[in-house]
Ligand binder design. Structure first.
Ligand code: GAL
Length: 903
């Protein structure tokens, strides 16, 4: 053991040095990046909060009239602005908001913080929060408090609080004064703290109240200050919140014209004359935020701004031979940054510097050929994603979000629909950097409710402000190709009213995005000839593209029955981009199979249909990947309908990429979904290989299912299916051929299936061919009993910053190292510090992807599920060092992995 530790320490020290060097380089780059004379500071306020939550309301306050005027900055018609109450402050004191309240016994927390994720799960039959919202304690009133230091240098500056997302109904107090708030939990917002701050004081009391109702969502919303929070300090005259807009129409590899509009805000008491000057740089190293070559200067413009006013300055410049942004693998997601400075005319002093990241590219939404990016047709291989990060909950974490995208990239996905709400801003940055196309979405409902306490309660007051706020924040992201104003809203079938709200929201989209990315709303029941449909530029169909309940297996279910509607929509809107914003709603549990297997290529599954597709006692659905909700379809059916309607159907967004918390259809006694192509841990379901074979047809892979450990099925029919991009496959059981199958070129078939195989233990092997040449093989073996744990880390070098993560997979293996596919041993994770001398890391959460596992996520002990479990390791902020994580289970050889945390 000592030898092992020494060896690990040596490697780790080499790693620390290398990483330290990299960090130095990055810091040097940052130094270039930071303009010394910037005039603007953006300070993270994530540390040092005191937090308390009540299940019922401790203070009974309703301050709606004071919060509503926050929307005015995002409502275009002044006549409809909300009036600020005559009394600028509510006439009563709230102790939690004031500076004399003693919060020392409250919980100390850092942000991003999701108060609900630690659980425990509600397991009762009539829980406070049911399966739909994840059976976690999301509800209640909470207060977050911390102090702010405002120094003498902050005199004459504007001090803003920028909250990237707070769940929900937030109200912000500073020094006992109500300064603002925002009800919608998914939008980012800014509160001006300036009028209420004490200068030269470290005793400015910030207090934020959140109110998160039950029955407010169809999925897990999380609760708390769950995204980043910033303090922004600027000169009185500065670039306004989200105050730049870049458009790059007409871009080619030869040249592009970049247009920039800059909104200058003067919140001081006297007029200001400022020069607005912008330089455009390539982003050389996106991760490090390192500028590359300067590619253009947008000439300076002088502008005079009256006190309390805003002025917009428009400039443009030509960029020669621009590096275009586009989705891999055929294009590269090159990014640029526009660095805009405000220079005071009187003194030549730079009073503000503002960076706008953007990409140069063209988007062309066609009715005939789908979406063209830089002239190339990009078939949308998209997935829907909810905002939670599995066992980490809603609390935004950069690495966890990046990992989600990495898994999707490996799958071959090139597009994401942000279902059904504005995402964390950093997720859009990641999409830009990695080259995903994004459908950004504002709402899940309008006036018609889906749940008693959802957004419908505030839609009339807030929909304009929320849609404009989302768009102003997000419109410079090159990844966004469409703006969705709603998902399956009740108004689809609401005749004139649906049409009129749709047109109002569409008009907002057109006003806020002059680059003409289209508006849409997803339709699962609206038909082509309804007023609703006509309101939008893009036709986004949920399920009705491939047909709903239109095959015999589904015909007995009540609800909409629709033939595939791609042709009808295309006929009615020949010039509109037509895509499926949701497809499949297929269901499965990783590594779990039930018998008999349906002969259909797509079969419905509810909690009432046990035979073959699922097991109501286990609350699991079979991973033969043939089963779906009654309104959905197997991937195979969707592929066929997409293919029949090429090239005008632009592609699909599968429901969903990853499993998510809540909506555990068909078993609402569970806590997370069955819809994902990957499970809640990020482990691949069999479906992963079905999509990968279609979306990455050049990848030489073949994948056999099911596993081959069926001691009770000797001699019984146990179908074997193979997912591969090959066109011919031969299956062998213990060396004997079970026959060769071919995908006929005139038949759309997306899997090979040998449905009559009788189980005998041993070896299953498939050999595949494409165009007559050997393509890829796969082997599945009957394994022995569990003997050991194998622990591996996705990254063994992480930053000791309190945020960076290493995802540790533990597999239960037999004596030959084969993963035992039905193992469910209880595994305990322990962190042992080896070098560094202090407690430097923690297991933040564990999971196994089982939607019905009710052990709270922070538990250090987790049962393996289908042979695997996940532990998420977070290094604490500090000096770093070498740490090992040990996984133990009774009777098994333990697993060890070494990690290095670097300061
Ligand atoms: C759709 C809905 C999604 C999700 C999905 C699966 O109708 O838009 O949010 O609920 O069904 O149930």
């Amino acid at each position: 053991m000592t030898a092992l530790v020494n060896r690990l320490a040596a490697t780790a020290h080499a790693g620390v040095l290398l990483f330290g060097l990299l960090l130095l380089l990055v810091q040097a780059a940052d130094a270039l990046w930071d303009d010394a004379a910037s005039g603007r500071e953006r300070i993270s306020l994530n540390k040092g909060w005191h937090f308390k939550r009540w299940e019922s309301n401790p203070d009974n306050i309703v301050l709606k009239p004071w919060i509503l005027p926050m929307a005015n900055a995002f409502i275009n018609d002044p006549a409809t602005h909300f009036k600020t109450p005559v009394d600028r402050q509510p006439g009563f004191r709230i102790s939690f908001a004031g500076d004399s309240y003693n919060d020392t016994d409250w919980e100390a927390v850092d942000l991003p913080h999701d108060w609900a994720i630690k659980g425990p799960f509600y397991t009762a039959d009539t829980p406070v929060v049911g399966g739909g919202m994840g059976r976690l304690p999301i509800h209640g009133i909470a207060w977050y408090r911390r102090k702010l230091t405002i120094g003498p240098e902050d005199e004459d500056r504007r001090i803003y609080l920028d909250i990237d997302g707070a769940m929900s109904y937030s109200m912000v107090w500073i020094n006992g004064n109500l300064a603002g708030g925002w009800p919608f939990g998914y939008n980012s917002f800014r509160v001006d703290l300036t009028p209420y701050l004490k200068l030269n004081s470290s005793d400015n009391q910030l207090a934020i109240r959140l109110d998160n109702p039950v029955q407010s969502s169809r999925w897990y919303p999380g609760g708390g200050l769950y995204r980043n929070v910033w303090l922004v300090k600027v000169d009185d005259t500065h670039i306004a919140q989200w105050g730049t807009l870049v458009t790059t129409e007409g871009a080619t590899a030869e040249a592009a014209t970049v247009q920039l509009s800059v909104q200058v805000e003067n919140s001081g008491n006297s007029s200001r004359e400022v020069m607005v000057a912008t330089d455009i740089y390539e982003l050389a190293d996106v991760k490090a935020g390192m500028r590359g070559m300067k590619v253009a200067s947008l000439g300076s413009k002088l502008v005079s701004v009256l006190p309390g006013q805003r002025q917009t300055v428009n400039t443009s410049a030509k960029v020669e031979k621009p590096k275009l942004w586009g989705p891999p693998p055929t294009q590269t997601p090159n990014l640029h940054v526009a660095v805009t400075r405000l220079i005071l005319a009187s003194s030549n002093k730079t009073i503000d510097t503002y960076e706008t990241r953007f990409g140069i590219r063209t988007l062309n939404a066609t009715g005939e050929r789908g979406l063209l990016v830089n002239g190339e047709r990009i078939y949308l291989q998209g997935v829907n994603q909810h905002h939670d990060l599995g066992a980490l909950g809603a609390a935004f974490n950069h690495r966890a979000a990046e990992r989600q995208l990495e898994v999707l990239r490996e799958l071959g996905a090139n597009a994401i629909r942000m279902s059904h709400n504005p995402p964390a801003p950093e997720l859009l940055d990641l999409a830009d950097e990695m080259g995903f196309l994004v459908m950004n979405e504002a709402f899940d409902c309008w006036q018609n409710q889906k749940n008693p306490n959802d957004f419908h309660l505030i839609f009339d007051d807030w929909s304009e402000a929320d849609l404009r706020a989302m768009m102003r924040r997000d419109r410079n992201h090159p990844s966004i190709f469409a703006w969705s104003t709603g998902n399956e809203v009740g108004e689809q079938t609401d005749g004139a009213n649906g049409g009129s709200i749709g047109r109002r929201l569409s008009a907002i989209v057109h006003e806020e995005d002059p680059s003409h990315r289209g508006s849409t709303a997803s339709m699962n029941v609206a038909k082509p000839n309804t007023p609703f449909t006509e309101a939008f530029d893009i036709m986004s169909l949920n399920y009705q593209g491939e047909g709903i309940r239109d095959t015999p297996a589904y015909s007995g279910f009540t609800g909409t029955h629709t033939p595939p509607l791609y042709p009808d929509f295309h006929k009615a809107f020949p010039n509109s981009l037509l895509l499926s914003s949701e497809t499949a709603a297929a269901l499965s549990t990783r590594g779990t199979y039930f018998f008999p297997v349906t002969n259909e290529s797509s079969a419905p599954q509810t909690d009432q249909i046990p035979a073959g597709g699922s097991d109501p006692k286990l609350r699991q659905v079979s991973a033969y990947e043939l089963y779906s909700t009654p309104f959905g379809a197997s991937p195979d059916k969707v592929f066929a309908k997409q293919d029949e309607n090429q090239p005008y159907v632009a592609g699909e967004f599968v429901w969903t990429g990853w499993d998510y918390l809540g909506e555990p259809t068909p078993y609402y006694s569970a806590r997370s979904s069955y819809f994902g192509i990957v499970d809640l841990c990020g482990f691949k379901k069999d479906r992963f290989h079905l999509y990968q074979a279609r979306w990455r047809p050049d990848l030489k892979t073949a994948h056999i299912l099911p596993h081959w450990n069926w001691p009770d099925r000797k001699g019984e029919v146990t179908p074997v299916h193979v997912f591969t991009a090959a066109d011919e496959a031969e299956l062998f059981l213990n060396g004997k051929t079970l026959g060769t199958l071919k995908k006929a070129s005139n038949v759309t078939s997306y899997r090979f299936r040998w449905d009559d195989v009788r189980y005998e233990p041993g070896e299953l092997r498939v050999v595949t061919f494409k165009d007559g040449k050997e393509w890829a093989n796969d082997t599945v073996l009957t394994t022995g009993a569990p003997a050991a744990l194998r622990l591996t880390a996705d990254r063994s070098l992480i930053k000791a910053d309190g945020h960076d993560l290493s995802f540790l997979t533990v597999e239960v293996v037999d004596k030959d190292g084969l993963v035992v596919p039905d193992a469910s041993n209880a595994i305990t994770f322990t962190v042992v510090t080896v070098v560094g001398g202090y407690d430097m890391g923690e297991i933040a959460a564990t999971d196994n992807g089982d939607p019905y596992d009710m052990v709270a996520f922070p538990s250090k002990t987790r049962k393996a599920f289908s042979g695997k479990a996940l532990a998420i390791m977070r290094a604490k902020p500090g000096a770093g060092g070498l740490v090992t994580v040990v996984a133990t289970a009774e009777g098994l050889t333990r697993g060890i992995v070494a990690l290095t945390a670097v300061p």
